[in-house]
Design a protein around this ligand. Structure first.
Ligand code: PAP
Length: 346
């Protein structure tokens, strides 16, 4: 894969306990010199290598860029926040840990959140700056392509990238921010959040640049980067689960197909199933944030087109126009993303 064009970070992350403090201090100094804007989930977002981060995620990213050493067989799930990460974490984890290998009712996904089963790299790096990365076959990140660690770009790792209609992404993120934003901060009004999202000021944003960079990598190296759309997965989960399994090197055998293993995986990872599990209804997990996160906050509606319940016609038109302008010439397949737009502009 092409190496990142962005020069690697200016803050050197250290690995011992003392170093951790040094890194935090270096970060504090550095962060006072870079652009910052009002945040969604925290007070501020900081701009680094063209994208926007909360403090913990920025610090995690810096550590990641300095220290991450992937295994050649690592599979990395990448997404913009709110694009289907939880769902695809579950799917990929289940594809690697087939239901057939477990007794009924003993699959780890039934008692652990997908975020516990598949950690985010930058969150892990923030929480464990002095500990080596876990030797797990499946990891996840929201980091944009240009900021991925060199070690990953030059490795044989496979990347699964999932993207989603930005209208649903925006709505999902706004609701999530409503739950997660500290109460002491002034609320983030819908119109203000919408302007920020359109401008590209959202966690790991701009949204469109994030997608386009991975799409380019996928075109250049299709055997290393697979790009999938949330909406496609909802339309035909069996077909795409099979594609995913083959891509990550765990294709289904005819026997497994006959036994209905694919359907069982798709069912176990469905919104209805996962959101009804006790662990995802009342559990919490820690991951790169100072406070524990309620697992239930990752399960809201799980639908395609929920944006219609919140956005005005003007907002829909504006986001679609940005998407059309940005994605238009990319050749990116956008199955159904702009249907409303073309309908309304006929
Ligand atoms: P993250 O990037 O912060 O980890 P992510 O999982 O990408 O979040 O996004 C959460 C969205 O995925 C929510 O969408 P909504 O707000 O529009 O409802 C959530 O409901 C949806 N989601 C979670 N699990 C599933 C699933 N199994 N199937 C489909 N959608 C899901």
């Amino acid at each position: 894969m092409a190496a990142s064009s962005v020069s690697q970070n200016p803050v050197e992350a250290k690995t011992n306990d003392e170093g951790q403090i040094e890194t935090r201090k270096a970060f504090m100094e550095f962060s006072s010199s870079i652009p910052k804007r009002k945040g969604w989930l925290s007070e501020h977002l900081y701009q680094y290598q063209g994208s926007w981060y909360t403090k913990p995620k920025f610090e995690g990213l810096v550590s990641l860029q300095n220290h991450f050493k992937p295994q050649p067989t690592t599979v990395l799930l990448v997404s913009n926040p709110k694009s289907g990460t939880t769902w695809f974490k579950a799917l990929l984890f289940a594809l690697m840990n087939r239901t057939g290998q477990y007794e009924d009712n003993s699959h780890p996904l039934l008692t652990k959140s997908p975020h516990e089963c598949v950690p985010f790299l930058e969150s892990y790096a923030y929480d464990n700056p002095t500990t080596p990365y876990p030797d797990l076959p499946l990891l996840a990140t929201h980091v944009p392509y240009a900021s991925l660690p060199e070690s990953l770009l030059t490795s044989d790792c496979r990347i699964v990238y999932v993207f989603r209609d930005p209208k649903d992404v925006f709505v999902s993120l706004w609701h999530f921010a409503g739950k997660r934003r500290p109460k002491k901060l002034p609320s983030l009004l819908l119109d203000e959040a919408f302007e920020m999202f359109c401008e590209g000021v959202s966690p790991y944003g701009p949204f469109w640049d994030h997608v386009l960079a991975y799409q380019k990598a996928s075109l250049e190296c299709p055997e290393r980067v697979l790009i999938l759309q949330y909406e496609e997965m909802t339309r035909d989960p069996i077909v795409h689960a099979k594609r995913l399994a083959a891509f990550i090197g765990h294709p289904f055998s005819l026997e497994e197909e006959r036994q209905g293993v694919i359907q069982r995986i798709v069912d176990m990872c469905s919104f209805e199933k996962l959101s009804s599990l006790e662990v995802n209804k009342s559990g919490v997990h820690h991951g790169g944030t100072p406070v524990a996160v309620q697992n239930s906050s990752y399960f809201r509606e799980g639908k395609v087109g929920d944006y219609k319940n919140l956005l005005t016609a003007e907002m829909i038109q504006r986001l679609d126009k940005i998407t059309k302008d940005k994605f238009g010439k990319s050749g990116l397949s956008m199955n159904g993303l702009l249907d409303d737009y073309y309908h309304s502009t006929k």
